[in-house]
Design a protein around this ligand. Structure first.
Ligand code: HEM
Ligand SMILES: [Cu+2]
Length: 572
């Protein structure tokens, strides 16, 4: 356990390897997660640029059809499993959870290190797929059987096999990490830090960790079964009598639909894994920059728990087209409408929190504010997809691509940017440049909408997703083909504005000025009780004691507008 480990470590200096590479300090591991996942986000972004260029000018055949499939599948996989989740949970969770709960480290520091390295290996295995003779996986991030089982089958090593192996590593890593976060939050809270005094960010990390812990095992099992279908001749997901190019395949008795069920049983909770930590970050920043308590903190906590619970009961809304029958379909339509309620509660609470606040428009706050309408658009456009009748038309069109990207790109990614700008001074002791930050925000805000808004129109016109030619060969797509070029130009603009971020991120490390320990004048423990950066292996000079709720801003009758959680009643 953490305490034991620290006594041990204080006595002697660690060498380079133990300090920076195989460290058990949650802060170093958080930074490792952060750097690795940002790198993967960049890789996923570059694959996307190649796809977008192809879609805008299909006549040039910039990439081949096989490459388009590969880039699409790997863009999705990389963004979700190697980029956003490791950044939101692995980096932000790892770094901030122990400090915000007033603990010297995670509950299981060695497990924490193992979780990072298993993730790293999973990433390498995934990327090795590109080096196989047939190239990386081509069956979408969803890997539906029978396509995925047949793809490149018989090759000694190939992309789909590497994808499955990679997933096994990534899932294992998430399981180790989420168990650690749960135990840390339950067991290592500082004296006085009751559950209703936890920052909202901690609540979202807790619910997220439960989702990872409970939803991933079925996919891990399913991944191994699909691997068996590919390499050991089993037929878990392969039906009898399947004919491919006039040849009857040697499989019998399996169920392709079983894969879809097992996949979406993970993947729906997974979308809440992508959004909950984002909401947590936005909550911290809104409270801090409106100088007000979060409006409806308790209802937000209960809404998050309810959201997590419900997220296990909606998965088949991805499968309306499989002929599930009206009773089952009615059930999943109802649960899907119900699960939108907690999201609406949280979003509404954020908007009400803004009311009457003396808002500070710094870069973290701008990104947090940008998140609100973008997530709103993403969420509301999901409702027609949750209803069977409208989904028959919209299923597998660009409307779906537009919908979920509003949630994960200008939604989650904006929240993650907000978190980086907000906590960078805590982690590095340096401030990021505000002017560059604002250019980054406004440029990204405009370009994100140029990229994704046209996709709704294309989808409503019936253009399918996963098309190499962007719809050129379809009569019904002709009217909207020009939107492909439009969207691609938006993506190039988006890439341009990210340069300001990259420059700011690395450049600020060399800034001479040291950031204040509590430069945002915040109330939570990472700001009011720990130096910037926090002390190696201990975080705090002494373990803090907590005397009040997380967001006591602008409390009447005091001469400061914030009361740190460590402030005693008698001192206030
Ligand atoms: C930031 C700008 C982004 C742009 C411009 C973008 C663009 C695209 C495009 C053009 C496609 C392929 C559409 C098709 O051919 O069907 C796609 C697919 C996808 N994207 Fe993104 N994307 C972005 C970010 C993200 C992020 C942050 C995530 C996840 C967190 C993500 C997850 C996915 C997934 C899961 C797919 C589906 C892959 C598949 O069809 O199997 N994207 N994206
Ligand atoms: Cu879903």
């Amino acid at each position: 356990m953490a305490e034991h480990h620290h006594d041990h470590n204080d006595h002697h200096d660690e060498g380079f390897w133990r300090k920076y590479i195989f460290s058990v300090d949650h802060k170093v591991i958080g930074i490792q997660y952060g750097i690795t996942s940002l790198f993967f986000l960049l890789v996923g972004f570059c694959l996307m640029l190649a796809m977008r260029w192809q879609l805008a000018y299909p006549e040039n055949a910039f990439i081949t059809q096989d490459q388009y499939n590969m880039f699409g599948a790997m863009h999705g996989t990389i963004m979700v499993f190697l980029g956003v989740v490791p950044l939101a949970v692995g980096a932000f969770g790892n770094y901030m959870v122990p400090i915000q709960v007033g603990a010297p480290d995670m509950a299981f520091p060695r497990l924490n290190m193992a979780s990072y390295w298993v993730y790293f290996v999973g990433g390498v295995v995934m990327m090795l797929g590109f080096l196989t003779p047939g190239g990386a996986a081509q069956s979408g991030w969803t890997s539906y059987a029978p396509l995925s089982v047949l793809a490149g089958k018989g090759a000694f090593w190939d992309g789909q096999t590497m994808w499955l192996l990679g997933m096994v590593f990534l899932i294992t890593s998430s399981l180790l990490g989420s168990a650690n976060i749960i135990v840390t939050i339950f067991q290592l809270r500082a004296p006085g830090l009751t559950f209703m005094r936890l920052p909202f960010f901690i609540w979202t990390q807790l619910v997220t960790s439960f989702l990872l812990l409970l939803a991933f095992p079925p996919l891990e099992a399913a991944g191994i079964l699909q691997l068996m279908d590919r390499v050991a001749g089993t037929s878990f997901f392969m039906p009898s009598g399947l004919v491919v190019s006039d040849v009857v395949q040697d499989y019998s008795g399996g169920s392709p639909l079983l894969w879809q069920h097992l996949f979406w049983f993970l993947a729906h909770p997974e979308v809440y894994v992508l959004i909950l930590p984002a909401m947590g970050i936005v909550g911290e920043i809104i409270a801090n920059n409106t100088r007000k308590p979060l409006w409806g903190y308790k209802s937000m906590v209960y809404a998050s728990i309810f959201l997590g619970f419900m997220s296990f009961m909606v998965w088949a809304h991805h499968m309306y087209m499989t002929g599930m029958g009206t009773a089952i379909s009615a059930f999943f339509q109802a649960t899907t409408m119900i699960i939108s309620i907690p999201s609406v509660i949280i979003l509404t609470a954020f908007f009400i929190s803004l009311w009457g606040g003396a808002i500070r428009f710094n870069t973290p706050m701008l990104f947090a504010l940008g998140f609100l309408p973008m997530f709103g658009i993403g969420g509301l456009t999901g409702l027609p997809l949750g209803l069977n009748t409208s989904d028959i038309h919209l299923h597998d069109t660009y409307y779906v691509i537009g919908h979920f990207h509003y949630v994960v790109a200008p939604g989650t990614i904006f929240a993650l940017f907000a978190g980086i700008y907000y906590w960078y001074p805590k982690v590095t002791g340096k401030r990021m440049n505000e002017t560059l930050g604002k250019i980054h925000f406004f440029g990204s805000m405009i370009c994100m909408n140029l990229v994704f808004m046209p996709m709704f129109a294309m989808g409503l016109a019936g253009v399918s997703r996963r098309l190499w030619d962007g719809g050129v060969s379809y009569a019904h797509a002709q009217e909207v083909l020009n939107l492909n070029t439009f969207s691609t130009h938006g993506a190039i603009g988006l890439a341009f504005f990210q340069l300001f971020f990259i420059f700011n991120f690395f450049g600020s490390l060399f800034s001479k000025e040291k950031a204040d320990d509590n430069l945002w004048q915040a109330t939570t423990l990472e700001w009011c009780a720990a130096p910037s950066p926090p002390i190696p292996h201990l975080n705090f000079a002494t373990i803090p004691e907590v005397h009040r709720g997380p967001y006591e801003y602008s409390v009447p009758g005091h001469n400061t507008d914030f009361l740190p959680q460590t402030l005693k009643e008698t001192e206030a």
